[in-house]
Design a protein around this ligand. Structure first.
Ligand SMILES: [Zn+2]
Length: 212
């Protein structure tokens, strides 16, 4: 990530979920990538973590929810695992937070326009992928069956506002938007989405590439 200071941040709820570890792997990775670029949110998470410990200790014992295992994996990410993970995919440099993440082969939608899935991010209905698009490219209007989180790795895009490197976007389930790449060079994002994406219009190529 560049030295650009992020202007769009994860919500307080999401940072709390991250700090407590009760967060899906995909969502946790998006937050981690943002934290790499944002000292403000790193401080917020440190404060939340410190506040969380005595609180968690006092909770009554309860059965483990389904998300808990992947939540644990988020916490364990700092432990190095076998590394055949790339430092870059094509011309997209991956941030340190993604150093130990496996990335599947790219699938092209159009020249310079591709997605690469993160196999570990396919848990509990989530899908996680890097999307790289050339300047001026448009993603047509689409809706989200579930939440979608986006962290910009490089370049910029615009929907209702402009998002640059490190910026974080949370789209709630049921929302829709269209967007355009709004940087001189390409734009790459890490995207985690839960539930089906509903394409509105003839976006069959995107549909088939993203549904892997
Ligand atoms: Zn932030």
């Amino acid at each position: 990530l560049s030295s650009h200071r992020p202007a769009a941040h994860p919500s307080r709820e999401l940072l709390s979920a991250y700090a407590s570890g009760w967060i899906a792997w995909s969502a946790g990775l998006c937050v981690r990538v943002h934290l790499d670029a944002c000292s403000e949110c790193r401080d917020a998470v440190a404060t939340l973590e410190a506040a969380e410990e005595p609180f968690i200790d006092q909770l009554p014992e309860a059965p483990l929810p389904e998300d808990a295992v992947s939540a644990l994996l988020v916490k364990l990410q700092s432990t190095p695992v076998e590394t055949r993970e790339p430092k870059a995919v094509g011309d997209v440099q991956l941030p340190g937070a993604m150093a130990h993440v496996r990335v599947a082969s790219r699938r092209w939608i159009a020249p310079g326009f591709w997605v690469a899935h993160l196999p570990e991010g396919r848990q509990e209905g989530w899908r996680t992928y890097i999307l790289r698009a050339p300047p001026g490219a448009r993603l047509p209007m689409h809706g989200h069956g579930g939440p979608e989180l986006v962290c910009v790795l490089s370049g910029a895009f615009r929907d209702r506002r402009r998002y640059g490197p490190g910026d974080f976007v949370e789209m709630p389930g049921g929302s829709d938007h269209s967007l355009v790449i709004d940087s001189q060079g390409p734009c790459a994002c890490l995207i985690a989405s839960k539930g089906a994406i509903q394409w509105k219009g003839a976006a069959k190529l995107l549909k088939s590439a993203l549904s892997v």
